[in-house]
Design a protein around this ligand. Structure first.
Ligand code: PLP
Length: 391
């Protein structure tokens, strides 16, 4: 008999009932150090007082009105995002997938309005992940994502990640946009070298194709810059944001330049919940904190400390771990043992990590992780490695 919850997930037998900072409490009382943050979502840890306060205040005032009316929190958050980035304009969604949908629509509409209605091709990359809608799975192109869900939406091509020659050869006068995660998340924490991102920008500048950065996982300070593309000194035309921006409340956004957004006039797109007052209260509180002076410097300092400690851990357990890669507090450990076994051993050792492709475990701790938590993380990861070896 089918379970009452549609069985699309493989869930661990863990039932968390409370969270505080980087710590989760299981129903049986066990405490876990959370290095997964619900897949890069609880950006400022669990139950951050400023976020709880903002959400509670808003919950007591007004939950929802729809986008038929003014929403002051949207104006405030859009202004914050425009001030802090390349973007001139922002649309709010509830998720990364919805941000992906709009990014694709925006790019195609841009060319349609320019009189090039057949310029619809989106170039994406092998190993990419942009969400689970019919368009987002077509962008990924991966067999396990699209199989059985045909017809696959046309207009998407996947290129090898970081192969500049292949990219140049693939861009044609039908290319509407190039969509890239500056650091692939689900694909196994694969940072695109800065030179490659610059190269992508150059190709876009030469051909007019729009550059879409998917910063759903790598954005919002996770790599030590507010957005990961900043490391390469370039700007995209369109950017997808979600996960961390809501700190645990469902929230996403599409940021764009005035030029890229020029086709999106009244009536061309919408969302019932997108930019709802509850989400805006939390989003503004998250942005207030992430844009504080010295916040990102602290992220970089802690990221350096964590990475150094991980290098030693890997050296001590060469039969379990291979290498560490990634950027800032978006780290992947390529495993020698099976990554799922390491994640499961972590559960036994009281530390939460997240598996990814390429036999990687991901460490995506809250950006507010403390130095003590980092030390404890290493103790518990060491214990997990020993457990893997003993089985
Ligand atoms: C998680 C993710 C998405 C999809 O976001 P949802 O909120 O799950 O719809 C898109 N792109 C990237 C890079 C992601 O990590």
């Amino acid at each position: 008999m089918i379970p009452s919850i549609l069985p699309t997930y493989n869930r661990a037998p863990l039932n968390f009932v409370k969270g505080e900072g980087c710590w989760l409490t299981e129903a049986d009382g066990r405490r876990f150090l959370d290095l997964g943050s619900g897949i890069a979502v609880t950006l400022l840890g669990h139950a951050h007082p400023a976020l709880v306060d903002a959400l509670t205040k808003q919950a007591n005032a007004l939950w929802h009105v729809s986008n038929l009316y003014q929403i002051p929190g949207q104006q405030a958050l859009a202004d914050q995002l425009v001030d802090a980035t390349f973007a001139d304009t922002v649309f709010f969604t509830n998720s990364g997938t919805e941000a992906c949908e709009l990014a694709i629509k925006m790019a195609r509409k841009y060319w349609y309005e320019k009189g090039e209605a057949d310029r619809i091709e989106i170039l994406a990359f092998e190993g990419c992940f942009h969400g689970r809608s019919t368009a987002a799975i077509a962008a990924s192109g991966a067999e396990k994502m699209v199989q059985g869900f045909g017809p696959v939406l046309p207009g998407f091509t996947q290129l090898p990640f970081g192969d500049h020659e292949a990219l140049r050869a693939a861009v044609t006068d039908k290319t509407a946009a190039i969509m890239i995660e500056p650091v692939q998340g689900e694909g196994g924490i694969m940072p695109l070298p800065d030179a490659c991102l610059k190269g992508l920008r150059d190709v876009c500048d030469e051909t007019g194709a729009l550059l879409i950065a998917d910063e759903v996982q790598c954005g919002m300070g996770r790599t030590g810059k507010l957005f990961a593309h900043e490391w390469a000194g370039i700007t995209p035309d369109i950017m997808m944001v979600a996960k961390g921006i809501g700190g645990g409340f469902p929230l996403g956004a599409v940021l764009a330049t005035e030029n890229a957004a020029s086709g999106m006039v009244a009536g061309t797109h919408g969302s019932t919940y997108g930019g709802n007052p509850l989400a805006m209260s939390v989003g503004n509180a998250v942005m207030n904190i992430v844009t504080e002076d010295a916040f990102l410097a602290e992220v970089n300092r802690k990221a350096g400390a964590l990475r150094q400690k991980l290098e030693s851990l890997i050296a001590e357990h060469p039969d379990v771990f291979e290498t560490v890669r990634g950027s800032g507090l978006m780290l992947g450990i390529k495993c020698k043992a099976t990554n799922i076994d390491v994640v499961n051993a972590g559960y036994e050792a009281g530390v939460i990590t997240v598996p990814a492709a390429d036999n990687v475990i991901r460490l995506l701790p809250a950006l507010t992780i403390t130095d003590d938590d980092i030390s404890e993380a290493l103790t518990r990861l060491d214990k997990a490695a020993r457990l893997v070896k003993s089985t």
